[in-house]
Design a protein around this ligand. Structure first.
Ligand code: G3I
Length: 300
């Protein structure tokens, strides 16, 4: 197949990108995005500061712009994200304790009601762990260690049709403390019936040419707990072709790895633009990494 989305679809997977609403008017950007991808994540537009700028007053204008753009082109949409220590609206940052807990529940209910039945996945909770595998200190963590499972239970009730994911970075290396901490949480949730369907590995790779140690083992180990896995925010320092090919192959080798999303279209669109980490250069030309990914998908 000649595009990333079509090539991934040959094995029942998707290939996605993060989309910024403010860039959709750039025809080079929207032409590439519309041609190559079949899954979309809003880069910032469905985060709490965007969707609930004032308590109880929801704003879905930018999120809907992305949703409509994607679905008019037959793409699916991943919601990102409902509960996170970062990009909270100001009013939420200043809350704590039971009022913050209630605000989190209300936020999940309000946003998920708007998108009910429309999304493929939701990143319910994002980046809740420290590098050593302990829980990250945040105002949400301060409401009690059960805040993550409360978020997932609330989400399941709000929209039983969407797959509910935990999403984090630096959980690709199987030997790493953070990976093990997240693994133990998923294992615990599955054993106690806390609703969770998927784990998103952000896959922001920095430097080197080989994959983090036992990357595929990480994917298959999470999958063995009974959840789907996905690579949700891929970007790679200098777009190393071997790392791009390797991460693609690792996903293809694990049946429950459902898809790959890159965190932007062109290098110039990236939050790491100085590292040229994506599959298209600033002029919209396919890079060598693009070909390495496409070839891996086509040889699956
Ligand atoms: O929109 C405002 C603009 O009006 C203002 O003039 C400008 C000045 O700073 O800021 C603009 O907002 C920025 C926003 O991106 C949109 O460009 C924010 O400052 C900036 O902080 C924000 O960065 C985003 C970052 O998350 C914030 O945490 C990145 O675009 C986005 O790619 C990044 O995505 C995260 C994932 O959600 C979670 N995993 C890590 C990943 C990379 O950091």
């Amino acid at each position: 197949a000649g595009t990333l989305g079509a090539a991934a679809a040959q094995s029942g997977r998707y290939f996605g990108t993060a989309i910024a609403a403010s860039r959709l008017g750039d025809s080079t950007y929207s032409t590439i995005a519309g041609r190559e991808f079949n899954m979309v994540t809003a880069e910032n537009e469905m985060k709490p500061d965007a969707t609930e700028p004032q308590r109880g007053q929801f704003n879905f204008s930018s999120g809907d712009q992305i949703y409509n753009w994607a679905t008019q082109r037959g793409m699916k949409v991943r919601g990102h994200t409902l509960a996170w220590h970062s990009q909270q609206p100001g009013w939420m940052q200043s809350l704590s304790g039971s009022s913050l807990r209630q605000a989190m529940i209300d936020h999940i209910n309000g946003v998920m009601a708007h998108y009910k039945g429309k999304l493929a996945y939701w990143d319910v909770v994002n980046e809740a762990f420290n590098e050593d595998g302990s829980r990250r200190n945040s105002n949400l963590q301060g409401t009690g260690n059960d805040w993550i499972e409360v978020a997932f239970r609330t989400a399941r009730n709000a929209d039983p049709s969407v797959k509910l994911c935990y999403n984090d970075y630096n959980i690709e290396n199987w030997s790493y403390g953070k990976t093990q901490g997240v693994y133990r949480m998923i294992q615990d949730f599955k054993s106690r019936g806390v609703p969770i369907d998927c784990v998103g590995l952000q896959t922001h790779f920095t430097g080197g040419s080989s994959l983090p140690s036992n990357f595929q083992t990480t994917l298959s180990s999470f999958a063995a707990l009974g959840v789907d896995v996905a690579l949700t925010e891929v970007d790679v320092t200098n777009a190393s072709t071997s790392q791009y090919a390797g991460l693609t192959q690792a996903c293809l080798n694990v049946s429950r790895c459902v898809g790959i999303t890159v965190w932007g279209v062109r290098d110039s669109d990236s939050w790491r633009s100085g590292e040229s980490p994506l599959l298209f250069d600033g002029g919209g030309n396919k890079k060598a990494a693009y070909t390495s990914v496409l070839n891996a998908l086509n040889s699956a």
